[in-house]
Write a protein that binds this ligand. Structure first.
Ligand code: FES
Ligand code: FES
Length: 218
């Protein structure tokens, strides 16, 4: 099989060139490099092994970051972007502590290359809350004391919140299935189940009240 043609740019080359140019030229160079990287990511061309500039959409914001193609999404979130709510425990796809959403679907950030999610919508645990207001599932975890050491908790919350978004009336078996990949060494499962079912109940009550008010106003 023929070798993939390699791109001719490198981070070192970019930095070397950028150091002797005016600021506007640096920005133009960076933009051109970002475009070239984006094109390469959508073709068979190789990128790296040095850092390449990419734009990632995370929690409704666009982040520009230079990463080596070998970086996982978990590493990029935590080490490059400071989004440390996503936990890395096993770093090999066996515990789900690093669960994030990719286009609303739970996925393991430690098993996903960051360059593979360019153009996708990423949601992390930081994206669930609104300022100081917790997401309903987070609040229910607090209410039901569904955590001990907390290492599994962000991943658990992401899995449970995704379940409730796709199934507003989950049974206990559905919750168990949704977190079947999330390992909790502290054994908080019964409280995680209770918290998730509590949120489903709260949402049904809210939906019922809204329907009642709408009916009366009609
Ligand atoms: S840290 Fe990703 S699956 Fe365990
Ligand atoms: S709360 Fe400690 S691993 Fe789950």
């Amino acid at each position: 099989m023929a070798d993939s043609p390699k791109t001719t740019f490198s981070r070192r080359g970019f930095l070397k060139g950028a150091g002797v140019t005016a600021a506007t030229t640096v920005i133009e160079s960076a933009n051109a490099l970002a475009r070239e990287t984006k094109d390469a990511l959508h073709s068979d061309r190789a990128v790296g092994p040095g850092s390449v500039p990419v734009k990632l959409h995370i929690n409704g914001h666009e982040y520009s970051v230079a990463i080596e193609p070998r970086y996982t999404l978990a590493e990029t979130l935590r080490d490059n972007l400071g989004l440390t709510g996503t936990k890395v425990v096993c770093d090999r796809g066996s515990c789900s502590a690093c669960t994030v959403w990719i286009d609303k679907t739970p996925a393991l950030a430690c098993m996903t290359l960051a360059i593979d999610v360019v153009g996708r919508q990423i949601t992390t645990i930081e994206g669930l809350s609104h300022g100081d207001t917790m997401h309903q599932v987070q609040a229910a975890f607090v209410k039901h004391d569904a955590m001990q050491c907390g290492f599994c908790t962000p991943g658990m919350v992401m899995s449970c919140a995704a379940l409730l978004d796709r199934n507003p009336n989950p049974k206990l078996a559905d919750v168990k299935h949704a977190v079947s990949g999330n390992l909790c060494r502290c054994g908080t499962y019964p409280k995680v189940f209770a918290a998730t079912l509590d949120v489903a109940q709260q949402r049904r009550q809210t939906a019922g009240l809204v329907a009642l008010v709408t009916e009366r106003e009609a």
